[in-house]
Design a binder for this molecule. Structure first.
Ligand SMILES: CC(C)(COP(=O)(O)OP(=O)(O)OC[C@H]1O[C@@H](n2cnc3c(N)ncnc32)[C@H](O)[C@@H]1OP(=O)(O)O)[C@@H](O)C(=O)NCCC(=O)NCCS
Length: 173
């Protein structure tokens, strides 16, 4: 359903693949998206991505549009039991609903796989003016810690069947 929705919205063929490791072709696509969407100081190197792919519970959702890299979302088990840490996500086409589908598919995956909550860490507002705290707030994430000096916040989403159903209905259909 997510592929069909994005294919219609974006006017191409959208494919979503799910990976529990990072083979070279997937790694290359993730790095291309990172390169376009993140500042250099927030960019994960090849070694950092490979390190993350060895974490327990690692998962990467990779989105393509007409065979070209569109978006990715990756995370793994948090240090806290039964909690998922959503480490990084980005889309090269913004404000067309791709980010919401990235975030909601991750939420569905986590709920179905028994995680109780998802933790994230983000800048409140990034250098390009994206209001990231507000973006995550749309899905119900709440702030659990503020690092005022670095303008970073920790946020958490507690997973309930009501929330997951309503997000799925609203953003995927
Ligand atoms: C953050 C990001 C993933 C959002 O993706 P997107 O495809 O533009 O988001 P969507 O179009 O799906 O928008 C979903 C909702 O968030 C809102 N939103 C999107 N971008 C926003 C922004 N910059 N500031 C505030 N709200 C925003 C939309 O208005 C929409 O709200 P609605 O549900 O009320 O209609 C995307 O901007 C991105 O890849 N940024 C660069 C990488 C990054 O910052 N990743 C997050 C790291 S924590």
């Amino acid at each position: 359903m997510a592929e069909a929705k994005l294919s219609t919205t974006l006017g191409g063929v959208c494919k979503i693949t799910v990976h529990h490791d990072l083979p070279p072709d997937v790694l290359a696509m993730v790095m291309l998206i990172e390169d376009k969407q993140f500042r250099k100081d927030q960019f994960y190197s090849l070694e950092e991505l490979e390190e993350r792919s060895r974490e327990a519970g690692f998962i990467c959702f990779l989105y393509s549009l007409d065979g070209k890299p569109l978006a990715y979302d990756l995370g793994y088990n948090d240090e806290e039991k039964d909690i998922f840490f959503s480490d990084s996500s980005a889309t090269v086409i913004e404000r067309k609903g791709v980010g919401a589908i990235l975030s909601v598919l991750e939420i569905l995956y986590c709920f179905e796989n028994g995680y109780k909550a998802i933790n994230i860490m983000c800048e409140e507002i990034d250098q390009s003016g994206r209001r990231l705290k507000e973006y995550w707030g749309k899905f119900g994430y709440r702030v659990t810690k503020i690092d005022e000096k670095a303008h970073f916040v920790d946020m958490r989403l507690d997973l309930t069947s009501e929330l997951v159903k309503s997000l799925g209905k609203k953003y995927i259909g």
